[in-house]
Design a protein around this ligand. Structure first.
Ligand SMILES: CC(C)(COP(=O)(O)OP(=O)(O)OC[C@H]1O[C@@H](n2cnc3c(N)ncnc32)[C@H](O)[C@@H]1OP(=O)(O)O)[C@@H](O)C(=O)NCCC(=O)NCCS
Length: 310
């Protein structure tokens, strides 16, 4: 049992970055879906909560206590947000379930205040993810299975639609892209204009496709350790089947080739057969493990908790 009364739960602040980074760097009980260098910006942008020990007394309160565990959001487009990171110090690692239990309610309250009504978690391996079962015990349930695809060459089966213009993203595109997004994705996967501007900062390749009627698609990527990550592609439904996706894929493959990637990887939902057809046509093959997404409906602060343990 954990002595909860000796712990203080509070939202993470900038001054907590060093301690949170230390957990990421030194503990094996960590899950994070962001580059560690991004942590400071994430803490500034999105809710995150920490469990601090030794925060009693004037000095403890001033120093903020010693961070034992934290949970941080890395994507937030109301009404949805995603757990981007969770970590427990090495010495507290056996109690990670207790810390999940402690951190989730204050995080949920902070998210509710930002108009979030559902919280999501995605893991890379359904069979062996160490957080899946404890999160399910706290009320999360399976929303979607994910597929992973790889491609190991730069061949393209078609150049795609040549009548459209593909150009770099500009900040003024953010609002029209958010409109397109509503037509293309369920709300948990959706970006709003702010998220698109953030994506432009994070992803070095971000292009927009235009036809005579305006924006008809977009696509963004990153290369890390010589692996090309095809992060996102979408085409306006008015142009589905007209080769816009193929054109965006062709441009992406060329980008990865220029950057010297040795393979290209992507994830998509198990049920997104339209996207599967495009990827498989472009020479992507299915790989293991199978990723997944869990979701939790949030309740108003003070209302009876929907979490299984609450
Ligand atoms: C998936 C998506 C990007 C495809 O875009 P698109 O512009 O319709 O794609 P294209 O027209 O260039 O090509 C797709 C077509 O290639 C076709 N294709 C596959 N193999 C082919 C072949 N051997 N020869 C010719 N065409 C082939 C596919 O059949 C598909 O057409 P269909 O679905 O009408 O059968 C689009 O449907 C979309 O934006 N969906 C919503 C967002 C999304 O799911 N994004 C991906 C997940 S991140």
């Amino acid at each position: 049992m954990m002595a909860r009364e000796t712990l203080t739960m509070r939202e993470l602040r900038r001054l907590d970055v060093t301690q949170a980074r230390r957990i990421l760097d030194t503990s094996e009980y960590v899950h994070y879906r962001f580059a560690p260098d991004e942590l400071e910006r994430l803490i500034e942008l999105y809710p995150g909560v920490g469990a601090f020990s030794g925060a009693q007394g004037p000095l403890g309160r001033m120093m903020g206590g010693s961070l034992q565990a934290f949970m941080q959001v890395n994507e937030l487009t109301p009404p949805c947000a995603w757990i981007g990171g969770f970590g427990v110090t090495w010495s507290q690692s056996e109690r990670y379930r207790d810390y999940l239990d402690l951190l989730l309610p204050p995080l949920a309250d902070a998210l509710w205040a930002r108009d979030v009504r559902s919280l999501y978690y995605s893991g890379a391996d359904y069979e062996s993810d160490w957080l899946r079962e404890p999160l399910e015990e706290l009320g999360f349930s399976l929303i979607s299975m994910l597929r992973s695809y790889d491609k190991s060459d730069f061949s393209v089966p078609s150049e795609g639609n040549q009548s459209i213009v593909v150009r770099p993203f500009e900040p003024a595109d953010a609002e029209p892209l958010a409109e397109l997004e509503r037509l293309c994705f369920d709300d948990l996967w959706r970006h709003d204009a702010r998220a698109f501007r953030e994506a432009a900062r994070l992803y070095p390749y971000f292009v927009v496709a235009e036809d005579q009627q305006g924006i008809v698609g977009y696509q963004f990527n990153i290369v890390d350790m010589k692996i090309g990550y095809l992060v996102r592609i979408a085409t306006h439904p008015r142009a589905w089947g007209a080769g816009v996706g193929a054109r965006l894929m062709t441009e992406a493959v060329r980008y990865f080739q220029r950057e010297g990637a040795w393979k290209i990887v992507l994830n998509t939902e198990e049920k997104n057969t339209r996207a599967h057809r495009l990827y498989e046509w472009f020479g992507f093959y299915l790989t293991r493990p199978r990723g997944f997404a869990l979701g939790l409906p949030l309740t108003a602060p003070g209302a009876p908790s929907q979490t299984a343990s609450g």
